[in-house]
Write a protein of this length. Structure first.
Length: 589
């Protein structure tokens, strides 16, 4: 087997193969900064590299870390796995995504346990499971955003074999799988990349320290490292797509942005494999270049999260106005209407939260149509729940009726809908920030940093959950008996009904952004307590009444409308007028 490693500044590199074999490595004949050596090895063989006589380190491109980020790497023979379910992929248009954290989806916190629940998602109508990061990180439990081995899979979840079995099981249920990957930083513990080469640069600073080197000397190999890991997951694990964490933190001044290079590589792999593959960005830049085609000098990503939709909807549901919600609090219904019709709230206008103008308009006169499916619509995500001091979900802040209204807007709005695990039944379990750092000093720094962060916003330090306490993770696990009880069972059936309606009207997946229309009460109506919206999206009208104490009468565009579904059985349609009880929703054709 050929072992290779990029180590441009090393004078000597030695390959160590457990339990005691060593092999001197020589320069690659084609790339002098690369070192290589042939050695007998097979699936499971443990190995590492020593640079200039220093301690043995894991392979930067390790496919497996059986003993965690600090241990030796292990060879993985990807061809040895037998896939039971042939898979040709599922495209993004028409998708209903479901964000899932392996470590808290079940109490066991493994791929195997999560796979046993996939039937629930198939019955719900989900098309793609979106896994939060699964690269190795310190300890057993964590969010996964502090991973350090970008080609490997967290061993406590089940390692590479466990991920493959999960994906294969998902395919057996007709579900695609998307993976959340983190290219903007690596975790603080177990990160040995700087010993091998210039993987980071002080030319840019990020919230996590020195930036990943995307544009300084040596950045060609760093970009290749990141793109290679992305392609490996798509290819070796038969994934359908990747979600890219916080792409606004990717500092890159080169003429071709890293994201454009990545999207071109993924499109090429899709063409060669015959499977539709896609990239979804998380970005708070509100920059049309993120999803604009590369031919138009964009980055060519296939979709991105739409935080404006979430913030406007959350503000309308809860009335919260702190932090970034301040930009949406003056008139939440107007802000929500703006995001639903494609003119996002931050389209170059002033942001009071940032103290400056923010974003650029996505829709311009004469410009080409923008597919609505490129923008994800959601009422919950791991970020928006877990980054609250107590990690409480909307179910702790709003009534079941308000949650039903949110579900109707998310699942039938322009864009690609996404749910967060447990949202479909209004889970009451929190989802809190938890870690399992093995370094006591790092653990204490994270603990105190979390408390200081929220103390600055008025929280008592002692009320902020300790991330290192195992009970914090345990509280965050879904309670699978909830869907069998009221009001959760009713919310679950409502979500199933809405998803069935979406799948029954496939035109919703192909409408251009900006075609939807929204009616809402005028200023006098809002002053009188009216809080309703009527979204017209393709053939469907989605009506929500967010008022907790006042019924709403909504005139419909057609006198021949048909009531397809309603949250409250008291909803009535007669003579082109829809009557909605307080905090209820209905769908009309």
């Amino acid at each position: 087997m050929l072992f290779e490693v990029w180590a441009p500044h090393a004078q000597t590199v030695t390959l160590h193969i457990a339990p005691g074999r060593t092999h001197h490595m020589g320069h690659s004949p084609t790339h002098r900064d690369w070192w290589q050596a042939e050695a007998p090895a097979g699936d499971g063989t443990r190995y590492g590299f020593a640079l200039d006589g220093d301690p043995v380190l894991p392979d930067p491109r390790s496919r497996r870390q059986p003993d965690g980020p600090e241990g030796l790497s292990a060879v993985v023979d990807h061809d040895a796995f037998t896939w039971r379910h042939p898979w040709r992929g599922l495209p993004l248009p028409g998708a209903v995504l479901y964000e899932l954290h392996v470590g808290t989806f079940t109490p066991q916190g493994t791929f195997e346990a999560a796979a046993a629940r996939l039937g629930h998602l198939a019955q719900l109508g989900i098309t793609h499971v979106q896994l939060m990061p699964v690269c190795p990180f310190p300890g057993t439990h964590g969010w996964g955003y502090d991973g350090v081995a970008l080609w490997a899979v967290h061993e406590p979840y089940g390692g590479p074999q466990g991920l493959k079995r999960f994906v294969d099981a998902a395919h057996g249920h007709g579900l695609g799988v998307v993976l959340d990957v983190v290219h903007n930083h690596l975790g603080p513990s177990g990160n040995h990349l700087p010993a091998f080469g210039p993987y980071f640069t002080e030319s840019h600073r990020t919230p996590w320290g020195a930036a990943v080197n995307l544009d300084a000397p040596g950045s060609d190999e760093v970009r290749s490292h990141l793109i290679g890991s992305a392609l490996a997951f798509l290819r070796d694990y038969q994934l359908d797509g990747l979600r890219l964490d916080a792409v606004h933190a990717l500092a890159d001044t080169r003429a071709e942005h890293f994201l454009a290079e990545l999207s071109e590589a993924v499109d090429t792999l899709a063409a060669h494999s015959g499977r539709p593959l896609f990239l979804i960005a998380e970005s708070d830049l509100n920059d049309p270049r993120t999803t604009a085609p590369r031919s138009a000098n964009g980055h060519g990503l296939h979709a991105q999260w739409n935080d404006d939709f979430h913030h406007a909807l959350h503000t309308a549901l809860t009335g919260e106005s702190h932090g970034y919600y301040a930009d949406f609090a003056a008139d939440p219904l107007a802000a929500l209407a703006k995001t639903l019709t494609g003119a996002f709230f931050h389209d170059g206008g002033y942001s009071t939260f940032r103290g400056r103008r923010h974003g650029r308009p996505l829709l311009r006169p004469g410009a080409a149509a923008v597919p609505a499916h490129r923008f994800l619509a959601y009422a919950q995500t791991h970020d928006q729940i877990g980054n609250r001091a107590l990690g409480e979900r909307p179910a702790a802040l709003a009534s079941p009726g308000a949650l039903a209204c949110a579900a109707a807007l998310v699942l039938l709005a322009p864009g690609t809908p996404q749910l967060f695990m447990g949202e479909e039944w209004g889970a009451r379990t929190p989802w809190q920030y938890f870690t399992d750092h093995q370094d006591p000093e790092l653990a204490e720094a994270v603990r105190q940093g979390r408390r200081r962060e929220f103390a600055a916003h008025g929280w008592q330090a002692e009320s902020v959950p300790d991330p290192q306490d195992p009970a914090t993770r345990a509280r965050s696990c879904l309670e699978w008996s909830e869907p069998e009880r009221a009001p959760h069972a009713r919310l679950l059936e409502w979500h199933r009904t809405l998803i069935r309606l979406r799948h029954a009207h496939p035109v919703l997946a192909h409408l251009p952004l900006g075609e939807a229309r929204v009616e809402r009460p005028d200023a006098a109506g809002q002053a009188a307590g009216e809080r309703w919206l009527l979204l017209s999206n393709g053939p469907l009208h989605v009506a929500v009444n967010l008022s907790p104490g006042r019924a709403a009468r909504l005139p419909l565009p057609s006198a021949h409308a048909v009531l397809l579904a309603s949250w409250d059985p008291a909803a009535r349609l007669a003579d082109g007028v829809l009557r909605l009880p307080p905090e209820s929703a209905a769908v009309v054709r």
